[in-house]
Design a protein around this ligand. Sequence first.
Ligand SMILES: Nc1nc2c(ncn2[C@@H]2O[C@H](COP(=O)(O)OP(=O)(O)OP(=O)(O)O)[C@@H](O)[C@H]2O)c(=O)[nH]1
Ligand SMILES: [Mg+2]
Length: 400
Amino acid sequence: MSFTIGLVGKPSAGKSTFFKAATLAEVAIASYPFTTIKPNVGTGYVRVECADKDFDTQCNPRFGFCLNHTRFVPVEIIDVAGLVPGAHEGKGLGNQFLSDLNQADILIHVIDSSGSTNEKGESVGAGNHDPAKDIRFLENEIDLWYTSILWRNWGKLARSANMTKKKIEEAIADQLSAMKVTEFIANNAILDVNPGEDPEKWTYDAIKKIATILRKNTKPLIIALNKADTSTAKDNIAKLKKEFPDTFFVACSAEMELALREAAKKEMISYVPGDSSFEIKDADALNDKQKAGLTFMKKFLDENKITGVQQVLDSAVFEFLKYIAIFPGGVNKLADSKGNVLPDCFLMPPNSNAKDFAYALHTDFGKHFLYAMDVREKRRISGEQELKHRDVVEIISAAK
Ligand SMILES: Nc1nc2c(ncn2[C@@H]2O[C@H](COP(=O)(O)OP(=O)(O)OP(=O)(O)O)[C@@H](O)[C@H]2O)c(=O)[nH]1
Ligand SMILES: [Mg+2]
């Protein structure tokens, strides 16, 4: 699996509920803080309009699935413990556990937009906590996590770089390589902050500024305004959108999505994740409690159109990070050797070209790349040609 999404937020914001709705894995959910201690790792999906329909066929995904020509491409999702203000000083469970998110390509900050839990995740009654506070502290705590990793060894790191004439950006990238910080990213951050020639004299403030830029580049953050089903959420959501006009928000109700997916799993309803409606399969088989639950869910969807959970995942990958989905295929044959039609779908970073895709398929295909084919248009394309979302591409290589 090539793409990882991390869920972060204060305790009781609904991270595990979101995780469970997205993965249907069995995890603990409760209204008290620090329900989750060890991370939950599971498979969720992002939606892509499947390429199979352009070829009048039905695909057979090796990973994920396809419903009515909507391809559900697997992504890894990680749900961690709650983060509280002062976590970098050891408050709550501290911030060491964030290292579980090292590999994440993006973080989704799950917010309790009902305002019914304080910054520690304790219940304070609906509307009694301003969620704007959560937005402010959390990003800072995440930045301080990066800062602490750099700062705790800074003296040694800077001295040794000076002594060995190692470039400081290389030393920083080495230190933070697990978090996907590259020399290129580190160098850009240094140029931005301009902390001076001698790294041994760089101040804590300069390191924090650099760490913040590194964090933004390697763990960008979007916000899921969760608990949108509550009566106090609507006003809070409108207020937050006004107060943080540059922040990427998606409203959602993890609880509603979880209820829908569980009802679908039990075959009570047919529901495609992300859709704006569902159908009851056999109304006579339902008891009164189930009927009341489904009526509540229908009312929510009638008013809100979607639960938002699927949209949070889709927009994190495609709208915010601008990734593209590429299907490997052949001009003469869309199936693999086992007869599976369009069996794979790759999530590639923006501006990926045909050669990048060849490398993603197999290092040998990249190394021995000759040219590629745009399968839809039956047209030859060069290695430097940038690919588009939903392209079907055949790689021609001299690899044995
Ligand atoms: N109304 C409503 N309640 C929700 C929603 N999502 C979660 N909850 C409730 O919020 C409480 C906390 O949910 P969890 O998913 O355990 O929260 P968490 O963020 O994982 O909490 P920690 O593991 O303690 O950090 C539970 O009582 C959930 O039922 C939602 O969309 N709407
Ligand atoms: Mg949890």
